[in-house]
Design a protein around this ligand. Structure first.
Ligand code: NAD
Length: 275
């Protein structure tokens, strides 16, 4: 079944499901993205940090798909916040593209106070047409509020760690109020928890003839979130995209909501500098 598009507040739209390539090794990423595009994905989430932009770009070129049918997102790394325009140009070079669909500030790093300057640079990049949309990642309410107050330009998306064990309800509500789309990273809790063995989840999966991973991804989809679960395996790429022919009922959604535990697997955005 086709993957739906989610509208972004700046007038563009984004495929709700994509393929994320964090920790996909150089030498492997080109094949993974090629397979993803073959089996129907039209959205790739990469970052300068991931070291595989060149391979992503080659796979997009090799696919033969028209450029406007593939949504490419990349991100500004932490050490580049004071040289965002140059870092963006380098990303475009590695991707061998003249435009990306979305460009994000990867982490807020509130201890340095550089994100606002980077955001002004992204606004200029968007005005030049070389990024169709701009947004942020791992931003807390106070980080978002600062950008909005100082520039009046609201990020199109906030890409945050979000899964049944870590639901960030207050932040999600702030984003909803401001028209900021939510991208959930680690949508499957990075496969690092006991989530897929929980009895309620197994029961829901059985009832729909789906896997526990598909049920968790569907739980995100029904809340309007954008997801790009990571896998390097063709059969899992297919499994993770097979989400659009079933629906969780309110009690099944509530059973997964109840897994909230405040458990994050990534770093704390308030203190992480990644340097
Ligand atoms: P994820 O939740 O997508 O987990 C991936 C892991 O889940 C895989 O390694 C595998 O072990 C397991 N898995 C995948 N499909 C499965 C299936 N069908 N059944 C069972 N297990 C399955 O975690 P992630 O990779 O951290 O997040 C996804 C993407 O989000 C990344 O690739 C990257 O693009 C993005 N991301 C962004 C940030 C950020 O700071 N902005 C941080 C981390 C990840």
């Amino acid at each position: 079944l086709p993957i739906p598009n989610v509208p972004l507040d700046n007038g563009t739209s984004i495929p709700q499901l994509g393929s994320g390539v964090y920790l996909v090794k150089p030498g492997e990423a080109e094949d993974v993205v090629t397979t993803a595009l073959e089996v129907g994905y039209r959205h790739i989430d990469t970052a300068s940090l991931y070291g595989n932009e060149a391979e992503v770009g080659r796979a997009v070129a090799r696919s033969g798909l028209p450029r406007d049918e593939v949504f490419v997102n990349t991100k500004l790394w932490n050490t580049d916040q004071t040289r965002a325009a140059d870092a963006f140009a380098e990303s475009l070079d590695r991707l061998a593209l003249d435009r990306v669909d979305l460009y994000l500030i990867h982490w807020p790093q509130p201890m340095f106070g550089e994100a606002l300057g980077a955001w002004r640079a992204l606004i200029e990049i968007a005005e030049s047409g070389r990024a169709s949309a701009i947004g942020v990642s791992n931003f807390e309410i106070s980080d978002l509020q600062q950008l909005i107050d100082e520039t009046g330009v609201v990020p199109a998306v906030n890409q945050i760690e979000l899964h049944p064990l870590h639901q960030r309800r207050e932040l999600v509500e702030f984003c909803r109020e401001h028209g900021i789309a939510i991208e959930a990273w680690a949508p499957l809790a990075q496969g690092k928890s006991d989530l897929f063995e929980r009895p309620e989840l197994l029961e829901i999966a059985r009832a729909h003839g789906k896997s526990p991973a598909q049920v968790v991804l569907r739980w995100h989809v029904q809340q309007g979130r954008i997801i790009f679960p990571k896998t390097v395996r063709r059969e899992r790429l297919i499994e993770n995209a097979d989400l659009f022919d079933f629906e969780l009922d309110p009690s099944q959604m509530a059973a997964i909501d109840a897994y909230e535990a405040g458990t994050n697997f990534g770093p704390d955005p308030r203190t992480f500098d990644g340097r």
